[in-house]
Design a protein around this ligand. Structure first.
Ligand code: NAD
Ligand code: TDX
Length: 332
């Protein structure tokens, strides 16, 4: 693991992972990123050029992908179209990037016998009832609800088939909802923080009782590194930090931190097919690879994230109007 190719490394989780690699390994890293609306060159700007290089390109373009995969020993695959609400408006780029892009990468990894890690989501398992005592495990059947989660499920199936049929040296991780610095303002936590900063009310879909299992992106990074270093080829690992909260609890915490009334909430039109609850049982990752989350205090992690958005307004402000116009057109 000396030369890593990190796809989607200019996005939210990918860029945090690249920082984690620079801080915790000696690897040299090439980021392959198409620089879509969701990417940020700035998130990589302070990294040493001797360690990190950015190549702008599409994971679905074999002519770009093949020589890059050949020149690295390990591929860590974060690149994706990642937002459920966008997938409901236009599923096409989700199929193209998440399925065709993953196919293009694993074909190159097969040709060059590369170690491959596929980053996926807990959403492939569908949702749980609020009162269900069960959580998702590695054995939970796939049951995706949205075009986004169906495209991620499709990519997981491709990777697993390439392991079995072609001996691809791959692992897969399915992580719960991430929060932390550099997350696009389209996503729930940054959207609500920036709405409150702008003196508006948080926008909560439906009754606000939907539950997400929040994990700090730094803990996602350390888990992926543990899988690269100690994971067993062909295995899937669920990543989660016991962070279940409903959406109302999260917006009330944001309002509290920013000194506003906890009742200052606007309920808006629900998301089509809105998954009710996600919950991860991460015992396999903890017991077999000795991984532990370091940011287990959600309230402290959220406070630090709010502080980050307060001090990085020049980064998120240029995207805010377009995001709010998109939601306003959908009554959200
Ligand atoms: P993001 O949208 O912030 O970043 C995605 C990155 O991929 C962007 O930099 C974008 O430019 C790049 N990209 C998109 N299409 C590309 C293409 N065709 N070729 C090359 N690059 C392309 O997403 P994120 O939230 O950082 O998610 C990263 C990965 O983690 C995704 O695979 C996602 O499914 C998974 N994941 C996300 C979460 C979460 O809570 N955000 C949770 C679990 C898993
Ligand atoms: O304005 C909003 N109001 C609201 O109530 C937004 C943007 C979201 N929500 C709700 C929908 C969800 O119940 O908040 C919850 C979280 O929404 P998102 O941030 O859009 O995340 P989610 O749909 O849960 O998916 C996220 O986690 C899993 C990531 O975007 C995915 O990439 C990841 O796979």
């Amino acid at each position: 693991m000396d030369r890593l190719l990190v796809t989607g490394g200019a996005g939210f989780i990918g860029s945090n992972f690249v920082h984690h690699l620079v801080d915790h390994t000696d690897a040299t890293i090439t980021v392959l990123d198409k620089l879509t609306y969701a990417a940020s060159r700035e998130s990589l700007a302070d990294l040493p050029e001797s360690r990190v290089q950015l190549v702008v390109g599409d994971i679905a373009d074999s002519a770009t992908v093949d020589p890059l995969v050949a020149a690295h020993d390990t591929v860590v695959h974060f690149a994706a179209e990642s937002h459920n609400d966008n997938s409901l408006s236009d599923p096409s780029p989700f199929v193209q990037t998440n399925i065709v892009g993953t196919f293009t990468l694993i074909e190159a990894a097969r040709r060059h016998d590369s170690r491959f890690h596929h980053v996926s989501t807990d959403e492939v398992y569908g949702d749980l009832a609020l009162d269900d005592p069960k959580r998702f495990t590695e054995d939970t059947p796939y049951h995706p609800s949205s075009p986004y989660s169906a495209s991620k499920a499709g990519s997981d199936h491709l990777v697993r088939a390439w392991v079995r049929s072609f001996g691809l040296r791959a692992t897969i991780s399915n992580c719960s909802n991430n929060y932390g610095p550099w997350q696009h303002v389209e996503k729930f936590i940054p959207r609500q923080i920036t709405e409150v900063i702008d003196g508006r009310k948080p926008r909560v879909y439906g009754d606000g009782l939907n539950v997400r299992d929040w994990i700090h992106t730094e803990d996602h990074s350390s888990a992926v590194l543990a899988i690269l270093e100690r994971g067993e080829i062909g295995e899937t690992y669920l990543i989660g930090a016991d962070g279940e909260r409903n959406n109302l609890e999260v917006v009330r915490a944001i309002l509290r931190h920013l000194g506003r009334s906890e009742d200052d909430i606007e309920f808006v039109r629900d998301r089509a097919g809105h998954d009710r609850r996600y919950a991860i049982e991460s015992g396999k990752l903890r017991s077999r690879l000795g991984w532990q989350p370091q940011y287990a205090d959600f309230d402290a992690g959220l406070a630090a994230t709010i502080e980050w958005y307060l001090t990085h307004e020049t980064w998120w402000r240029p995207h805010k109007d377009a995001v709010e116009a998109f939601y306003a057109a959908k009554g959200q």
